[in-house]
Design a protein around this ligand. Sequence first.
Ligand code: ZN
Length: 404
Amino acid sequence: MFQDFNYLRKYTLLNAINHFGPISRTSLVEISGYRPATVGAYINEFIENKLVIESGSISNGHGRNRVMLEINRLHLCAICISFSPRHITLVVVQTNGEIIAQKKVSFSPESPSRATLREVTDTVSSFLRDFEDKKFIGIGLCKFLFEYDHDRTALDEWIVSELIPELDSLTDIPAYSFSDVSLPSIAEKNFGVARDKQNFIWINMANDIRASLFCGGHDVRGADNAAGALGHMVVDFHAHDTLCTCGSRGCVERVAAWPAVERSIAEAMRSGVSTKLTASGITPEDLSIINVRRALDEGDRLCAYSVKKAAREIGLAVANAVNLLNPEMVVTHGFMLQLGRTFKDELEATIRENVLPENEAVEICISNDFENPMLLGAAAEIFSTFLCADNYQWLYTLSVTDHE
Ligand SMILES: [Zn+2]
């Protein structure tokens, strides 16, 4: 059984403050069943350690004010590190979701060097120095699931055998490794548009198409941390063009992600299709999402055709995912949203046309403008680990009176 009741009480109170805060001492006594003196003593300890702050007071209707308590989200921080095919991004994230420092280090994932290791550990040291008045509760390493044509064996090896031991010798802040598949939905659940949702699908639409899933109040990782590969759902069974990075043909990522849109417009331009892009002096070689958007706004028919076709193909894949999972919300993310109404309206119309009647109420939202959803997701996971939050889910079913 529980060896240490202090530990149990402490985490029950911290979780209650996290979940229900701002909350008064009186309500904490009601929720926990602990004696007022016990609750008072723990709260004093939390305040002394800057884990909790007093955040104003409300009247209880009998002439006395109750002082409210909440987690000190500006004090608790995490350092999160992500690895992409070109660089390592390091950030300091407060547990309110705000990134307060950021640095990018260029590197080669095929053969990370000693210099890269030094640059990463120097950055971590400088973060710890610059924010020495804050409490760091963890270092999160976000493993980026590269596209299929990137071999990440050398990077994984380097993280485990060089980076983590070096971080361990630098600081006693615990380091955690996270798989990236569920971090974007965790970020959206903690800091974004899906805060009050238990079931939603997050979709990235950029150079790749990817989903991150949240079902029944939990993120979905799958047996091998590979859930959410929406981009490799086949939507064009008759596609004969080159293979997708996964080795298949007709995947939605291959036929409708931004590189496919760019390719189809460029090919049409080369074959002489008239477009406002040519009139603006744009060649097939210097297409960008900004000049395609400008052409769309001017009513260009070629760009509208290619962009709507991609939106329909992505919409079909999303509708299939919606029918499979019955979510409350679809959260759209990624730079393809910069294509504007032409893209978004066609995407939403296709989703709505293809979902079953029981899914008609699904909300379709645009993600909060997170540049680094994975790093924010990792920070949320570290905070949850710090609070042992999963062990205290029973608190979520309780109700308190402070909000009435
Ligand atoms: Zn594929």
